[in-house]
Design a binder for this molecule. Sequence first.
Ligand SMILES: [Zn+2]
Length: 429
Amino acid sequence: MSSNPLCSPLATASPAEREAQQLARLRPMMAQLLQSNPFYQAKLAEAGIASLEGLTSLASLCELPFTTKEEIVADQMGHPPFGSNLTFPLEQYSKVHQTSGTMGLPLRWLDTADSWAWWGECWKQVFRAAGIGAGDRIFFAFSFGPFIGFWSGWEGAEQVGALAISGGSYASLQRLHLLLELQATVLVGTPSYLLHLAEMARREGLDLRQGHLRALVVAGEPGGSIPNTRAQLESVWGAKVYDHAGSTEVGAFAFSCEFQQLHLNEAEFIAEVLLSDGDEPAEQGELVLTNLGRVGSPLLRYRTGDLVHLVRATCRCGCAYARLAGGILGRADDMIIVRGINVFPSAIENIVREHTGLGEFLIEVSRRDEIDTLRLLLEMDEDSSARLAFDISRTIGAQLMLNVSVIPVTPGSLPRWETKARRVRDLRE
Ligand SMILES: [Zn+2]
């Protein structure tokens, strides 16, 4: 690949230059919102902000109020079906998508032609950083329904000049045959779904390591940055994993470089990190994002619910954008508290994926006699189950200080997820 893997000159600019550029994008967007976006007009008025006067540096961003998912949900319920976070008249919007709805009612999101092209630009950065471009054949293991999922990746594939192949409504086995027959070089999907596909290929006797596939671009779950899940994906597919992070609400905000570090795309987003229960800036905490290229349906200081550890030091790849060390560490709403200990499903996933040949898993929390109990239902073959269950339970005890019963279940019996996996069942309420 001859093209520069870092799409914007800001990736190697000094912090001062980058911040100046971010501010130069933020100010006209804010001016537009104050003029014609009912949601932000009301919100900013409530915060006493009527002009751009106070917005003279990025440091003054903290004068602006946060935006929360709850506010957006309430706004869409109050102004169905699209809410009032719209800067332009409805006829200027050309795409509508929604969230996966795994956490309740789906949120709807409209894009203009410009903001959709911006989504594609962000994905272009994801693909370029992974060395993907003209000559590549990108297979999307995704059903292309109303959930935004990889629709924007599809747009990005076109922008980098690759051949895009839709797995569309195909069943998993058909997808496997299609991606092998068409000699896909890149596979896009969620980590758990790609593991599921590989498991199916093994059962069907299909050889995945034919030499065509060289990159897996994964998103939707932390798996791409969980060391053991990543190693397992790379081993079964014979291809390198590039993690990516994004969401329906804010856009495609992070990409992986050749060193598999997850970078925030600071050409298009302003990032802050907050302690989970307060307003203080921190290195580790909740990621707060402002997107700069989605003026028609923007978010200012949006509390993403993603927990991250932000590192500000130039990466070996030459990129000076902040890195999310260890990827998305978890979601605030995924975290479970068991007997006072904070548990992230991703930590358990890392232990489970130390072992090969295991299928899906499900974490079940219940309360008996006022005591929380944790069960880990884990798909495994019967002949190895007693020993493995014991080993995994012991490792979780040692590494996470948790007492957990590992219950072997029949392979294929737990739910499969093509979009974000939901692996916690809390029975305590
Ligand atoms: Zn890097």
